[in-house]
Design a protein around this ligand. Structure first.
Ligand code: MOS
Length: 745
């Protein structure tokens, strides 16, 4: 089916089993908590004892490997192979830079003596054990000739360029006459916000197990997008994609860092071919910081012009981020500003600076996550200047249609989210005067911010099979990166066929299965779920025919197929050889006819120590409207998890580049701070009732990334409300609180 018209009433709406929306436990939960869910590094299916690879990373950020001496490493106990640029197999060159699927690009390893970024692979040691490989890796002697590079985005700002427009994204947008309207606005905000580099910090580090069968390679790895990974391996090793099988059954967090595959995949595959045995390679936590992607830092200028009664007349958002010298990804931080608030005159821009840093790419809601840190603080600043409640300011600028695309919104419950949140959170108790609420040494503040994240649907396929026991098996290349894909798909299939959940098997994470867009951009449940819905619809048609009835007259419930007086067990109808059906979803043009976003509102209460500047989050609430919710438990977990990342972006996360050396200095989880349990007290997420028939047949929207968008700004606005100091440089740390307090005297 293709999404060219609103979705009509269907069995998901009927929800006969009551499973749709039900907060059932994860179907893979037991496997995971008992340690029985095999992640890539733990897979025991390899034909033969694996050898272990360890990657030697460059210790310069730019230059040349002038000399490399592997002789000591080669002689070390248990070593099977030391690969360097001198003996690495030939691979396709990097790129192309502007490939349609950037995650499918060729990514050769040890391809030359050139070093492009700190931490790039310069050697690779394979041995009988991980320990032997790692210890031998330390024996590889390398002499570098370093070249000067650019590592400091602010310093290199003058070299910023406008990125190329593409199908998904135009770099700039301009409506009306922003400059004149802003200059003439009676109330103005002109403020610059900065956000630092962010690391994905997934629990599961990247790991690969690869082996060859003839001229075909099987790769178990941690990947969000299996077809992209398959094509990346095929492109790099110059194979047909049909010779590459990627398997990722369980994945310990993605956050965008597993959209690409990395050198662990390519090197394991090459070594396995050469050694004629399986090879495993895992990255250490420290290696993850440079060897995988990260989110670029940003510098964002917000200019808001308003009338005295709080109507925006001009809204401008200019965003700067970096891309690696040999890449062109940029952080789309100004994007949400194109659709969130009404204003007749609008300007959004993106600029990008090439730096000699590791590749920056998608990280947890690329664009909005950091864009909202800036926009939603600026709105708070404007509300204060106007003497308006921040919710009231947003109410006065609620657009009736998408202000830049000039098309209707599919559904938009931003105001309801704010009102519901204000009520539940006790927003009334907030004092508009900053610094006026105290409990002993603690200054108390409340803040809020809007949430929004684009909604996407991608083409996907699914195959289902029903056996004579009445067990349904569905297969897709889709992944579950910890979000609950296995569980929500189980619920969809069970509802469609009227089966209990224990008679549904969802099989994901194998590139041999029907093609899906995988997990990314919050599109997974909608895209793969709709393909599954379509496959189940086709299966229902076959079952109805076997019963001699029209599909619309048939009831699927309790493992039975019933039409009037005819009723049969679903397994009996499937027959001894069973039934098979396929399904697919094509995105169609509904996204061009309707502006599709999920919305929400965040509320935060913080306490700030007057003497030390220490900031403690006290409680937080997110109220969201994201279409139909398939499973209230997994959706809520995703939302609170995302909110916690939002808190991290406000208060902790900061990957610091030593601009002398082009390396992240705090490259471990002791020094790169993410929220821990003690940082996160009462935190709650609520979903409003919503059904969006413009998005997909399930009438859902993407949930995964919504909760991070705006969450950090709510915390920042609460810090301002507590202290009266406006910190525009994320993360908000105690030194910045004290520094600004001192300046304000
Ligand atoms: Mo997401 S950052 O598109 O995996």
């Amino acid at each position: 089916m293709e999404m060219n018209a609103p979705s009509t009433r269907n069995p998901i709406d009927d929800n006969r089993t009551g499973l749709i929306g039900k907060p059932i436990d994860r179907v893979d939960g037991r496997l995971k908590v008992t340690g029985k869910a095999p992640y890539a590094y733990e897979v025991q299916e390899a034909p033969g004892k694996p050898a272990y690879g360890f990657i030697v990373e460059a210790t310069i950020a730019k230059g040349t490997v002038a000399d490399i001496d592997a002789s000591a490493a080669e002689k070390a106990p248990g070593v099977l192979l030391v690969m360097t640029h001198r003996n690495a197999p030939k691979q396709a060159p990097w790129g192309p830079i502007d490939a349609k699927d950037r995650f499918a690009r060729s990514s050769p390893q040890l391809a030359s003596d050139k070093v492009r970024y700190y931490g790039e692979a310069v050697a690779y040691v394979v041995a009988e054990s991980f320990e032997a490989a790692r210890s031998a890796a330390a024996l590889v002697r390398i002499r570098y000739e370093a070249a000067p590079g650019d590592y400091d985005m602010a310093a290199a700002q003058a070299k910023a360029e406008k990125p190329k427009d593409d199908e998904m994204q135009k770099a700039d947008s301009r409506i009306g006459d922003f400059e004149t309207a802003f200059a003439g606005a009676p109330v103005q905000i002109d403020a610059t916000y900065t956000t630092p580099h962010h690391i994905h910090a997934q629990m599961e580090p990247h790991a690969t197990l690869a082996w060859w069968t003839g001229d075909s390679v099987t790769v178990h790895c941690a990947s969000q997008l299996l077809e992209s990974a398959q094509n990346a391996v095929a492109n790099t090793l110059q194979l047909s994609p049909s010779k590459v099988r990627i398997v990722s059954r369980y994945i310990g967090g993605g956050f965008g860092g597993k959209l690409p595959v990395y050198g662990d995949v390519m090197l394991s595959a090459m070594a396995a071919r050469q050694l004629k045995r399986p090879v495993k390679t895992a990255l250490t936590r420290q290696q993850m910081f440079h060897f995988t992607t990260h989110r670029s830092q940003t510098i964002q200028r917000l200019r808001l012009g308003a009338t005295r009664d709080g109507r925006l007349t001009a809204i401008g958002h200019d965003s700067l981020s970096h891309s690696a010298r040999f890449d062109d990804f940029y952080e789309t931080a100004s994007t949400q500003t194109r659709s969130l608030y009404a204003a007749l005159n609008r300007l959004t821009t993106h600029r990008s600076v090439k730096l000699d840093l590791p590749i920056s790419d998608s990280t947890r809601a690329p664009g909005e996550a950091v864009g909202m840190l800036a926009l939603e603080q600026a709105m708070d600043e404007l509300a204060e200047k106007l003497g308006l409640d921040p919710i009231e300011l947003r109410r006065r600028n609620e657009p009736t249609t998408d202000p830049e695309k000039n098309i209707p919104f599919s559904t938009r419950q931003l105001l309801r989210c704010m009102d519901e949140g204000a009520e539940r959170f006790g927003w009334r108790r907030r004092s508009a005067t900053p610094g006026s609420l105290r409990e002993g040494r603690w200054q108390i503040g409340l803040g809020m911010a809007a949430a929004t994240r684009s909604n996407l649907l991608m083409d996907a396929k699914c195959a289902v099979a029903l056996d004579r026991q009445g067990v349904l098996t569905a297969r897709m290349s889709m992944t579950d990166i910890g979000t609950g894909s296995y569980t929500v798909f189980t619920q969809i299939a069970a509802e469609m066929l009227g089966l209990p959940v224990d008679r549904v098997r969802i099989e994901l994470g194998d590139s041999d299965f029907p093609e899906t867009p995988g997990s990314g951009g919050s599109w997974g449940a909608a895209s793969a779920g709709s393909a599954l819905f379509d496959a189940c619809t086709n299966l229902r048609g076959q079952l109805a025919r076997r019963l001699g009835a029209k599909p619309d007259d048939v009831v699927f419930a309790d493992g039975r197929v019933t039409a009037g007086a005819h009723s049969e067990s679903i397994g009996v109808l499937a027959g001894t050889i069973g039934l098979r059906a396929e399904g697919q979803i094509k995105k169609g043009d509904m996204a061009k006819k309707f502006s599709q976003q999920a919305y929400g509102a965040h509320f935060a209460e913080v306490a700030v120590d007057m003497d030390t500047g220490e900031i403690r989050l006290r409680r937080m609430l997110g109220v969201f409207a994201a279409g139909r919710i398939l499973n209230m438990k997994t959706a809520t977990s995703q939302a609170t998890g995302a909110m916690i990342w939002g808190v991290g972006s406000a208060l902790f996360e900061d990957a610091v580049v030593d601009t002398r050396f082009g390396a992240f200095v705090n490259h471990d989880l002791a020094e790169y701070h993410v929220p821990s349990h003690a940082d996160i007290p009462a935190i709650e997420a609520v979903f409003l009732e919503e059904v969006d028939d413009k998005t997909n047949p399930l009438k859902i929207k993407g949930v995964g990334e919504l909760g991070i968008c705006g969450a950090g700004a709510a915390v920042a606005n609460a810090v301002y409300n507590a202290t009266g100091v406006r910190i525009r440089d994320y993360p908000l740390t105690l030194d910045k609180v004290l520094g600004l307090q001192a300046r304000q005297g």
